[in-house]
Design a protein around this ligand. Structure first.
Ligand code: RIB
Length: 322
């Protein structure tokens, strides 16, 4: 079983020709609300990946925004433990998606800030505890410590980026970051390879690199996964899809390269649809997407030299699996 302890938001999304610069007003087009929040998105991604039960601890306000957020998680089959918060509204996110599929997100965390260390239930029977940084850092650190004590593996998606205490990093089994988050966590402005050197004690770090793909240092091995070619519509939730599917795949004992390949395929598919949870593919979607890939992409092939060079790895040491 995977257990997510984290955020849930209602996303207010507007499409616009481009993301406004500071001080600029842009005339947008479509406006929609979607269920979102990094924690909830990751829980649904893990659930849709199939083969593993998923539970989630979340905090919601007593307002009308809570209803669609809770309904989306229930409909996906996530077993919920909800902390009801009287004095804070349900978390919200204000998202502008540009016509070239990029986004800018501002989160008003609201009730997510009310998750406290004592809310974590007993972790018996759980394989991975999946955490993000949209809830208080002190709570995240306490949950990681509790998981470590119970022999539960911790996957931390360090998003939104913030510097992390070494004591928290020491309790993380799998750290998932994008390149900007890696720079913040490792206090490094260099290449991915250089930044990873600043985090020698984290056993496994997976770095998502957008349209370039992703890479990992796992038990000292470098793994490279090129991106799948897609036409992006909205990249919101792609990183969360990656995390949820990665956790579900690892919980089912898939080796890291295969788990990264499935997570990448799911994240690519998520970019072809609008919204966060609405864009997350099912296991069947991912299976048929992978089956449609040209043989030379689907088969294990030599390390991708371009990706290795981009990330600053001079001598890749393992096989990629695209
Ligand atoms: O990662 C995407 C998510 O970030 C959105 O759903 C939004 O709610 C913010 O948490």
């Amino acid at each position: 079983m995977i257990f997510v302890a984290g955020s849930a938001n209602l996303d207010f999304v507007v499409r616009a020709p481009h993301i406004p610069a500071p001080g600029e007003t842009v005339l947008g087009s479509d406006f929609k609300t979607f269920a979102g929040g990094k924690g909830a998105n990751q829980a649904i991604a893990a659930c849709r990946a199939g083969g593993v039960a998923v539970g989630m601890l979340l905090a919601l306000g007593r307002d009308s925004f809570a209803e669609p957020v809770e309904a989306s998680l229930n409909n996906a089959g996530v077993a919920l433990q909800v902390v009801r918060v009287d004095d804070l509204p349900t978390g919200t996110a204000f998202i502008c998606v540009s016509d070239d599929a990029e986004n800018a997100i501002t989160v008003a965390p609201g009730a997510n800030l009310a998750l406290r260390p004592e809310h974590l239930p007993d972790l018996q029977g759980i394989q991975y505890l999946l955490l993000q940084l949209e809830t208080p850092l002190q709570t995240v650190a306490a949950y990681a410590a509790a998981a470590r004590k119970s022999g539960v593996k911790v996957m931390l998606n360090a998003a939104p980026a913030q510097a992390l205490p070494p004591s928290l990093l020491a309790r993380v089994d799998v750290l998932v970051v994008n390149q900007a988050e890696l720079a913040t966590v490792s206090h490094c402005a260099g290449t991915v390879a250089q930044c990873l050197q600043n985090l020698p004690d984290v056993r496994c770090i997976v770095v998502t690199l957008g349209e370039k793909g992703c890479c990992a240092r796992s038990d000292g091995q470098i793994i490279l996964q090129t991106a799948f070619a897609i036409k992006p519509v909205d990249t919101t939730g792609a990183g969360d899809t990656f995390c949820g599917v990665l956790a579900a795949s690892l919980a089912q004992q898939l080796p890291m390269p295969q788990a990264m390949a499935r997570a990448s395929a799911a994240a690519a598919l998520a970019c072809t649809r609008a919204g966060a949870q609405s864009s997350i593919p099912t296991k069947a979607d991912v299976d048929s997407f992978l089956a449609e890939q040209p043989t030379e992409v689907a088969a294990i092939k030599p390390d991708n030299a371009e990706l290795a060079a981009y990330a600053g790895f001079k001598q890749p040491t393992s096989k990629s699996n695209t």
